[in-house]
Design a protein around this ligand. Structure first.
Ligand SMILES: [Fe+2]
Length: 233
């Protein structure tokens, strides 16, 4: 058995820490100074409680982008979550993808009842819109709308967006709550070489780019893109 015994007057606690005997340390604050220290210690929990009670840092709203010229003039009969089926027709071109995420407000709370709409061109680069010459494939739904439930989740089955003249691949996204439009933006594919040449994508700062540019990663049943949407309600 070896070891240095604690100085006389000190106590060794059960956990092995040596507690100093105040009488052995004349520099320890006494009198008014000691009382001030005690008051400070008592006040500390109140300070911490105050910090916890402050609202969390608000989230940054998803940046908006121009609507573009191809929002449907009239919504298609089939406008559900699955853009790979238009009525009885199935669309077999392009890379099937899930685009999904959660719609939250600036405090991170799901926005139940929000409507998420997406619209995009088909694999050949055509929209269902008179301004695009009616050339879009009839089997590609081109537009979808879902209403999010209490958990804020939305999900679409579509294709990885395709490029068309002058634009990098993108999916148009709009979020509504009742009659109010909360957001209109565009979603981009991370790593697509066309992004750097796209005038709209290039106009974004780094933070905004990262908020609306997401990977389309391989999954078990096609590509999968997670796009969280944050809106000011
Ligand atoms: Fe577009």
């Amino acid at each position: 058995m070896t070891g240095t015994p604690p100085p006389p007057g000190n106590q060794t606690a059960a956990n092995g820490e040596t507690r100093l005997n105040p009488t052995m340390h004349p520099q320890r604050p006494t009198g008014p100074t000691r009382r001030k220290a005690a008051i400070a210690l008592i006040a500390m929990p109140a300070i911490w409680t105050g910090a916890r009670a402050q609202p969390a840092q608000p989230l940054r709203a998803t940046p908006s982008q121009t609507e573009g010229p191809f929002y449907p003039v009239a919504l298609p009969k089939d406008s559900d979550f699955d853009l790979l089926r238009n009525g009885a027709l199935a669309y077999g071109r392009g890379q099937p993808s899930w685009v999904e995420g959660v719609v939250t407000d600036l405090q991170g709370k799901p926005v139940a009842g929000a409507q998420v709409e997406i619209w995009q061109c088909d694999e050949a680069g055509h929209y269902h819109h008179p301004g695009d010459g009616g050339k879009a494939d009839a089997a590609f739904q081109g537009f979808g709308r879902v209403t999010v439930a209490a958990d804020g989740q939305y999900r679409f089955r579509t294709i990885r967006p395709a490029p068309y003249s002058g634009r990098t691949p993108h999916i148009h996204v709009k979020v509504k709550l009742g009659t109010r439009e909360l957001l209109t933006t565009q979603l981009y594919v991370a790593g697509d070489p066309g992004n750097e040449r796209d005038f709209l994508w290039r106009s974004l700062g780094a933070q905004a780019r990262s908020a609306i540019t997401v990977p389309f990663a391989p999954g078990s049943d096609g590509l999968r893109a997670n796009f969280p949407i944050v809106v000011a309600t």
